[in-house]
Design a protein. Structure first.
Length: 212
């Protein structure tokens, strides 16, 4: 017991937090059982650990009351709904701020300037597969009245925006062309319908549509 007096404050603190049994006095807490020579000491739970355990219990009560009685904010379902509502607001604001990206008017353009723009887009992005005169190559003939995915401004705009059937090669151009460009190129493409291509591909598709 004499050495106890010489303990520093830190050592006392460690001792109070661990309640470790002094070395050399194991017999005091040795338990009776003996498994093939392996014995067990009946150590107390270290107070630091017990304190941590109690703190988690206190936190769990707080957490429980927040989740069930402050459900406006912390119930998963409400949290989800609140976030969705907020995202919806942000989407609306984004749509308002970027009207050109969310143009829903896909009416046929007939003015020369728009058709000239459409021709430019067609010449840049589409001729590789559809040919300059729309006669078709990798992609189908766009001058005949047979359509795989549907003719008419609305359907064509949709095909140009969303692409063709998976694996066919016609990509969704909304990723690289603005709504206006898609409207222009679709309108231009409609001017090709009914013309005679130099080297037309045989008609494909079961849908019949022509301008007239
Ligand atoms: C890599 C080749 C490729 C390019 C580039 C391409 N297309 Fe296509 N296009 C296709 C193929 C293949 C199809 C047939 C899709 C299917 O069968 O689902 C198609 C189909 C279409 C159709 C539907 C035709 C129908 O019969 O319903 C339209 C309209 C069209 N393309 C317009 C365009 C426009 C406009 C562009 C340029 C912005 C373009 N394509 C660029 C390959 C291409």
């Amino acid at each position: 017991m004499n050495d106890k007096k010489q303990q520093s404050g830190w050592e006392k603190f460690i001792q109070s937090m661990t309640k470790a049994n002094e070395l050399g006095k194991e017999e005091d807490i040795m338990m009776d059982h003996d498994y093939d020579g392996i014995k067990e000491l009946d150590n107390v739970l270290p107070p630091w650990w017990t304190a941590g355990f109690i703190i988690t219990i206190i936190i769990s009560v707080f957490y429980y009351t927040q989740v069930f009685f402050n459900s406006e904010h912390y119930l998963q379902e409400n949290e989800y709904n609140n976030e969705v509502a907020q995202a919806q607001e942000e989407i609306e604001a984004y749509k308002l701020a970027n009207p050109e990206l969310f143009k829903t008017d896909v009416s046929l353009l007939t003015d020369d300037a728009s058709l000239a723009e459409g021709k430019k887009v067609f010449g840049t992005y589409c001729v590789a597969c559809h040919m300059a005169d729309g006669g078709g190559g990798i992609g189908p003939n766009l001058t005949d009245d047979k359509w795989i995915l549907g003719g008419g401004m609305e359907k064509i705009y949709h095909t140009v925006s969303e692409g063709g059937r998976p694996g066919k090669g016609m990509v969704a151009w909304k990723a690289s062309l603005s709504a206006e460009q898609r409207q222009q190129v679709s309108s231009y493409l409609i001017t090709l319908q009914g013309t005679t291509a130099a080297n037309p591909k045989a008609p494909e598709g079961d849908i019949t549509w022509s301008k007239q």
